[in-house]
Design a protein around this ligand. Structure first.
Ligand SMILES: NC(=O)c1ccc[n+]([C@@H]2O[C@H](COP(=O)([O-])OP(=O)(O)OC[C@H]3O[C@@H](n4cnc5c(N)ncnc54)[C@H](OP(=O)(O)O)[C@@H]3O)[C@@H](O)[C@H]2O)c1
Length: 278
């Protein structure tokens, strides 16, 4: 069974450094896929209201072979639910769909700053954490200026910011900002939604270590202290993606992967322009 390193968050809670991403996982398949992941050693699942599989994730948690307290469950609020009262309601609805008493982490999915509601939403998140219905609170796709605004207007920094981050889109300047403010980064689409898995340079490094390309990419995230959320619905890949604790990338490997950063590497929309209420 894989050893799970824990990262300490700025609110004192801890989070397993590898989480299973479940975007595009069918609700009906969630219980079997998540049971597979738990058996392989995952203790952290990353879902969202918009993924349409909170019910299946909740069922998997309730039926899990390990106690609820050993699992770390994240969901994210739909952009259309932003606002103070609607956020209080939407968390109730998530917990009801999942059949759970609390979430370990609740995130604002996108700032959609042009709609002007993310600060009120954050005030609701702060109250939800005080009520104990959410252990940690965070954001996703937030730019540094959005995080600064939260800090100025509420005095509370998010525990995490979940961002697109992989070898083709490394966000180095943004990472420095988060480190200075003790906001942990979760790398989403850590394999570039599959795009980085055909990379010839990483294939060379993988061959030298006798590991797969996915394992080398996940190891690259881990060695930089990033929380990493690889997604797979395939049992053998789910196991492979957490079987990453028996090797280390050396400085030369890391330098070669660092050199793959590209201005065109992003796969999802820029947070500054993403305005969809979903
Ligand atoms: N906050 C946000 O706005 C946001 C946005 C995007 C993603 N996310 C989170 O990040 C998670 C991961 O991102 P993602 O789903 O975009 O993509 P990803 O994890 O970068 O890549 C997933 C793709 O790679 C394949 N794959 C996984 N492991 C593999 C392996 N060992 N060998 C070969 N292929 C492999 C998967 O195929 P199979 O599944 O078919 O095995 C799938 O097609 C999401 O599930 C979600 O939880 C968050």
């Amino acid at each position: 069974m894989a050893q799970q390193p824990l990262i300490e968050l700025n609110d004192g809670n801890t989070i397993p450094q590898i989480g299973l991403g479940v975007w595009r996982l069918e609700d009906a398949d969630a219980p079997s896929v998540i049971a597979e992941a738990i058996a392989a050693g995952y203790r952290h699942i990353d879902t969202a209201q918009a993924y349409g599989n909170e019910a299946g994730v909740g069922r998997a948690v309730r039926e899990a072979a390990v106690p609820r307290e050993e699992l770390f469950i994240t969901s994210k609020e739909r952009t259309s639910h932003q606002g103070y009262d609607s956020t209080m309601r939407s968390l109730d609805e998530s917990l009801e769909r999942m059949g759970l008493d609390y979430l370990d982490l609740f995130l604002i999915h996108w700032p959609v700053a042009m709609h002007g509601r993310f600060v009120d939403t954050w005030r609701a998140f702060i109250d939800l954490q005080k009520q104990g219905r959410v252990r940690s609170i965070g954001v996703s796709n937030f730019l540094p200026e959005h995080i600064e605004q939260l800090a100025e207007e509420t005095g509370v920094l998010p525990a995490v910011n979940q961002l697109e981050l992989h070898p083709y889109y490394q966000q180095r300047d943004v990472r420095d900002f988060h480190e200075r403010h003790h906001v942990a980064i979760q790398s989403y689409s850590p394999l570039g939604s599959g795009a980085v898995l055909a990379d010839a340079e990483i294939a060379g490094i993988a061959a030298e270590h006798g590991k797969s390309i996915a394992q080398v990419i996940i190891r690259w995230h881990l060695q930089q202290g990033l929380i990493v959320l690889p997604k797979s619905v395939t049992p053998s890949r789910i196991r492979e993606n957490i079987d990453v604790f028996d090797f280390d990338l050396n400085l030369d490997d890391v330098t070669r992967i660092d050199a793959l950063d590209s201005p065109d590497g992003k796969t999802l929309p820029e947070p500054a322009v993403m305005d969809t209420l979903f």
